[in-house]
Write a protein that binds this ligand. Structure first.
Ligand SMILES: NC(=O)C1=CN([C@@H]2O[C@H](COP(=O)(O)OP(=O)(O)OC[C@H]3O[C@@H](n4cnc5c(N)ncnc54)[C@H](O)[C@@H]3O)[C@@H](O)[C@H]2O)C=CC1
Ligand SMILES: O=C(O)CCC(=O)C(=O)O
Length: 419
């Protein structure tokens, strides 16, 4: 079966269409939500170490800000393009709606392979990008954060550059900063922690206990590594982990903490060569490893019609944004797998980014456990609301999550008089 489209922007438009139809929403709601309200493309120069000038292309999309300022990460990856950024900004709107944080959706990115840059080039690129998009961002307007290929250090450079430009300290302009520079405790862990919480809730809903379950995680960056670590802490056995370099398998359970320490020291943070009793296979082998929970935590379009039938799990918890194509999603639903959709499963990141922003605005900081408790409360509440609606309307969790969120955004747009 050939996929109709792998363009994430077309995919998210289909998801909005389907949820608007189920809700019986006015056509104006779909028309307002099917594309971002504002987009910006920037081309800007960066001086390379050898003295040459390279011009980079970057983007920022603000999908919707009816519920609050736009919010969403910045991606540094060679595959970044305008449609991908638009799709990611759209998912942000619905993600914020699902957990009820008072934001709209935004996203940005640069088409670049950060691993090819020296630390100095990376810093100059980060500073130049934030200046280039500075006319459209602001702590009450659009607040960036990390995504694929970016990290707390990059958020620091960007916050510093933006603050210099404004001539005052503006910590609330960006979240996902290091704790020593206005970041929130538990933000770095937040997305993966939330993914593990959603594994636990999905298991409970299906009458299962995490302690009896085998988990497989695709992707071992910020999201995947913490998702695997917390799944292990909740008692599950993590039997396979993959990244771009390979797939590691150990039926007895991989020592996730040791793997995190090993990867942290490697170029590109790759997991290849870990050993410790693991079998090392090609990265695509991750789909065929028998497990109870499969969690894609790498990039979009990971689960496709080509590999969906290899998956031997009963629960899918989507750590990545848009990891399942519509055709593959249909197969998962037909087979009766329990799918916790991305806009809920990975909402922990933006939830704790919201807490970071609130702490920055108050200039008062909370302890680690308090942040994680608040995150758990919001995410478990959202999980239960989505389950109730999916049972009421007899729809899958993804459709129910979109319905809840679209209704919130539509109500705010109505009150603002946008339709
Ligand atoms: N960082 C955050 O707070 C949030 C990230 N996300 C989403 O989670 C996903 C991962 O993001 P991060 O962990 O931040 O990125 P990251 O850059 O830290 O890690 C990405 C990981 O995916 C791996 N990968 C890339 N291609 C792969 C492939 N073909 N097969 C297996 N592994 C592959 C990389 O080797 C790396 O381990 C993305 O979809 C991102 O948009 C969603 C919510 C928040
Ligand atoms: O932390 C944030 O503000 C956004 C994180 C993000 O980019 C995402 O959830 O996809």
């Amino acid at each position: 079966m050939a996929e109709k489209t792998l363009n994430p922007f077309e995919i998210v438009q289909q998801q909005i269409r389907s949820a608007c139809d189920k809700l019986g929403a006015e056509e104006a709601v779909y028309e307002l939500l099917k594309q971002p309200l504002r987009t910006l493309e920037v081309n800007f120069p960066v001086k390379m170490d050898d003295g040459s000038i390279r011009v980079f292309t970057g983007y920022r999309a603000q999908h919707n800000d009816a519920l609050g300022p736009a919010k969403g990460g910045i991606r540094f990856h060679p595959g970044v393009n305008f449609d991908e950024v638009k799709a990611l900004s759209t998912w942000m709107t619905f993600k914020c709606g699902v957990v009820g944080v008072p934001y709209g959706g935004g996203k940005g990115g640069i088409t670049v392979d950060p691993s090819e840059l020296s630390p100095g080039e990376l810093e100059r690129l980060s500073r130049a990008y934030i200046i280039a998009i500075s006319p459209v961002i602001g702590e009450k307007k659009d607040i960036p954060a990390p995504d694929v290929g970016t990290n707390p250090q990059i958020m620091s450079w960007m916050t510093d550059e933006y603050s210099r430009m404004r001539g005052e300290n503006v910590p609330g302009i960006i979240t996902g900063k290091p704790v020593a520079f206005g970041g929130s405790l538990a933000r770095n862990e937040a997305t993966g922690y939330g993914v593990a919480l959603m594994m636990r809730e999905a298991a409970k809903k299906n009458g299962l206990d995490m302690k009896d379950l085998r988990v497989v995680v695709q992707g071992f960056g910020n999201v995947g590594s913490f998702a695997a670590m917390y799944a292990e802490e909740l008692g599950a056995k993590v039997v396979a982990i993959s990244d771009f370099s390979c797939c590691l398998v150990d039926e007895n359970g991989i020592d996730v903490k040791a793997l995190r320490e090993y990867a942290a020291k490697n170029k590109n943070k790759f997991i290849t060569g870990f050993g410790n009793g693991t079998q090392e296979l090609h990265r695509e082998a991750v789909f065929g490893v028998e497990c109870d929970i499969f969690s894609p935590c790498a990039l979009e379009n990971a689960i496709t019609s080509q590999n969906v039938n290899q998956i031997k799990a009963r629960i899918i918890v989507e750590g990545a944004n848009g990891p399942t194509t519509p055709e593959a999603n249909k197969v998962l639903n037909e087979k009766g797998l329990f799918v916790v959709p991305d806009i809920l499963a990975n909402a922990g990141g933006v939830t704790v980014s919201y807490f970071e922003w609130v702490q920055n605005l108050m200039n008062h900081y909370w302890p680690f456990d308090e942040v994680q408790e608040k995150q758990e409360q919001l995410m478990v509440k959202a999980f239960n609301e989505i389950i109730s609606l999916s049972e009421e309307y007899n729809v899958d969790m993804r459709t129910a999550a979109y319905m809840i969120s679209i209704k919130k955004v539509a109500d705010a747009m109505k009150l603002r008089g946008w339709y």
